[in-house]
Write a protein that binds this ligand. Structure first.
Ligand SMILES: Cc1cc2nc3c(=O)[nH]c(=O)nc-3n(C[C@H](O)[C@H](O)[C@H](O)COP(=O)(O)O)c2cc1C
Length: 233
């Protein structure tokens, strides 16, 4: 599966089979997470891999009993370690960059899981204090996300928002008409042409009808005339 295909077909999976996930696949997922971009390349994420059923059950309780966590065969708690970020970038490093670094690692893991034929879901709703206590997360680290993983037992679909609705050009709010031409999606233009061709075709046909009617009326008139007129000798 190529990268764009992987991005496009990844979905949040919340139902898993009971098949355990092989350790080497979990290792590949975490490796993908650790290869994400980070501010100044500080790689200040820390991953806690949870596979024990009892601990997954604890996690489920601290994730407001979300079924997806209960069903997961494994979970990865993505923590941000704030010391290096704060030392290098101050409050912005601690508050913003660490969150972003962990988010980029989390997305990498979701994509890796999908590429490996697994299902995964990003869990953000959990009791941070409880998770920190149960999993021994120190003061200078914070759990940012939990990735629930297993073999998928559902195949959800989704509607993507129109790209043109979220893309502005050069300043916030300024849109471009015919974005599809900019991104070279000519299918939209083909359809437009086809539709306008059909419309023109309909208009053209109407005109032909109109002229034909006029012509026939005229022809009829002159035929009648020729019948009424006496043939010239
Ligand atoms: C920051 C963040 C937190 C999320 N938290 C949860 C969560 O607690 N539980 C859950 O089921 N899904 C959670 N999700 C997954 C979103 O619901 C999901 O990505 C969204 O509905 C789009 O679906 P998709 O991932 O299939 O494209 C979270 C996603 C993000 C980015």
């Amino acid at each position: 599966m190529d990268t764009l295909e992987c991005i496009k077909t990844r979905r949040s999976i919340r139902k898993f089979t009971e098949q355990p996930v092989e350790f080497d696949k979990l290792a590949k997922i975490m490796e993908a997470g650790s290869q994400a971009p980070s501010t100044g390349d500080i790689q200040n994420w820390r991953f806690i891999l949870v596979t024990e059923k009892a601990l997954i059950h604890d996690l489920y309780n601290h994730c407001f009993q979300q079924e997806v966590v209960f069903n997961a065969q494994a979970a990865i708690i993505v923590c941000g370690e704030t010391d290096s970020a704060e030392r290098l970038y101050g409050l912005r490093g601690k508050r913003l960059y660490t969150v972003q670094n962990c988010a980029s690692a989390t997305e990498n893991m979701l994509l890796a899981a999908h590429a490996l034929g697994l299902g995964a879901c990003w869990i953000g709703a959990f009791d941070e204090d409880k998770v920190s206590t149960v999993f021994g997360i120190p003061e200078n680290a914070r759990p940012h996300a939990i990735v629930a993983i297993g073999y998928p037992n559902e195949n959800p679909t989704k509607q993507f928002k129109d790209l043109a609705k979220c893309v502005y050009f050069n300043s916030f709010g300024s849109k471009i008409e015919d974005l599809h031409l900019v991104i070279r999606d000519y299918s939209v233009e083909w359809k437009k042409n086809l539709d306008s061709g059909k419309q023109q075709g309909k208009r053209g046909l109407k005109k032909v009808h109109h002229h034909l009617k006029k012509f026939l009326a005229k022809a009829n008139k002159s035929n009648m005339k020729s019948v009424m007129e006496k043939p010239k000798k």
